[in-house]
Write a protein that binds this ligand. Sequence first.
Ligand SMILES: [Zn+2]
Length: 194
Amino acid sequence: MGMRMQAIAPTLLALAVVAVLLILALRRAARRRKRKDVPIPRVEGFLVSTPLHPRMLRACVFDRGLLYGRGFRRKEGPALPHGPDCQCRATPIALPGTEVFSGSLRRGNEVACAVPGFPADACRPLLDALRRVNAESVPPTLDAYLALADLASFAAGHQAPVRRFLEERYRFLKAQPGGHVPAPAGPERPQGAA
Ligand SMILES: [Zn+2]
């Protein structure tokens, strides 16, 4: 009997070691599976979008691309429309949080232009230019306005349509009372501010 136990003991020990290793491996695999199942949090809210057009209000220029809602720091969106000729729309969005926090939000945020035949590649730089020149007072001359917009920085093939856009915008801005671009009070502006 004792002789037999002596022969079996190493085999039992080896089996026990194998069993423990197997259990550990299975546990690790289960833990890994669980980690993979954790859903990426989705951020829900709204995106303000508008095509660019020469009669945009300042608020339209600056609110374009604004994200707000439950998942964002800013909870309330602007009251739309901003005013006459406003084409802004608030579109519901739901994105993986990673996309928002990495700042790589692209979907639905492409800049488009409402002017027929306007080159699509020129829309993003045009928006940058509109933001640059959209100060509260309008420059006294068209040339000063075009210089502020840095028309010369646009690609050679884009300069003619961009110039036409900016000329029409300048006429629109000059026609505003007092030469000021109307900026309707938004929710983020302090109450009672002039
Ligand atoms: Zn608007």
